[in-house]
Design a protein around this ligand. Structure first.
Ligand code: HEC
Length: 270
């Protein structure tokens, strides 16, 4: 126990007597410091180590905690494991938000780019949904483009040159002459503007792939897909590398020549 010098004890007794005998909370008038230390003991268990302390001239005045501080010390603390949970909460929130965000549609590759080109260059006449106009620009729904052009090379050539160049060259049928439902005869439905002078070869290939695979709804697999319209197809890689539409056939195994002038279209069996 810490010794309290006799003269200090006397002085404090005298002072208390003078104040009207009002006892402090500790009660035990001869050992106030001890009592206070005990009262504090509940909240601060480290205290009992004090006995070894050297004799000090003044009493270690340990003030009792105010109710607010006592309540603060006695509060229930958040356990460590709960803190870990709280710490990863932002990460979890981020992942949760990511999971809820709908996957973005393809914007790269032939179909992604083709959809954009179609919307800005073709939808005005062929309609945004590809349904076309009666007696005007043809439909691309239900694989209509594939029915007219069994070979994608013929469609690429047609879109590149348009109605006028074919008519000028005296070519009547740009697609399949044996087309189911009758061949599409050049100029019958109006004037399809040439795209080869406006679009890059990659844009032109992309929009034709879009008309066949996306609007036409044919399956995105098989020979034509692998060679012309998949993002890793030789035609797409070459077109992106700057090969012209006229030369594109030379980059694909077994392709028909596209060439730099209009040509009659071919049947499914060539
Ligand atoms: C100014 C209106 C107009 C625009 C723009 C237009 N087309 Fe056409 N397209 C037509 C018309 C009209 C025809 C029919 C032409 C004919 O009878 O000679 C046609 C025919 C076609 C055909 C032949 C379809 C078939 O089954 O015979 C294809 C393919 C085609 N267009 C693709 C495109 C693409 C790709 C674009 C955009 C890059 C485009 N068109 C933009 C009006 C348009």
């Amino acid at each position: 126990m810490t010794e309290i010098p006799e003269h200090l004890l006397k002085r404090s007794k005298a002072a208390r007597a003078k104040a009207g005998g009002e006892e402090p909370a500790a009660g035990a008038s001869d050992a106030p410091a001890t009592a206070v230390a005990k009262a504090d003991g509940a909240a601060a268990p480290a205290k009992p180590a004090a006995p070894a302390a050297p004799v000090k001239p003044a009493a270690p005045v340990v003030k009792p905690d105010s109710p607010v501080v006592a309540a603060y010390k006695a509060r229930k603390k958040v356990p460590i494991w709960a803190m870990l949970g709280l710490a990863i909460l932002p990460v979890w929130g981020f992942m949760y938000a990511q999971a809820l965000t709908p996957e973005k549609k393809v914007v790269q590759g032939p179909l992604g780019i083709g959809a954009k080109v179609y919307a800005s260059e073709c939808s005005g006449c062929h309609m945004a949904d590809g349904s076309g106009a009666a007696g005007g620009a043809y439909s691309f729904l239900k694989s209509d483009a594939v029915t007219t052009f069994p070979h994608i090379e013929d469609q690429l050539r047609w879109v590149s040159f348009g109605t006028k160049a074919y008519a000028d060259a005296g070519i009547r049928i740009a697609g399949d002459p044996n087309r189911a439902g009758g061949p599409h005869v050049v100029g019958t439905n109006g004037l399809m503007p040439a795209q080869g002078t406006k679009l890059s070869s990659a844009q032109l290939l992309a929009v034709v792939c879009h008309e066949r695979f996306a609007l036409g709804g044919i399956e995105q697999s098989g020979d034509e897909w692998d060679k012309w319209c998949s993002p890793s197809s030789p035609a797409w890689v070459a077109a992106e590398g700057g090969t012209s539409i006229a030369e594109l056939g030379t980059k694909v195994d077994g392709a028909l020549e596209i060439g730099s002038t209009p040509k009659p279209g071919t049947t499914a069996t060539k």
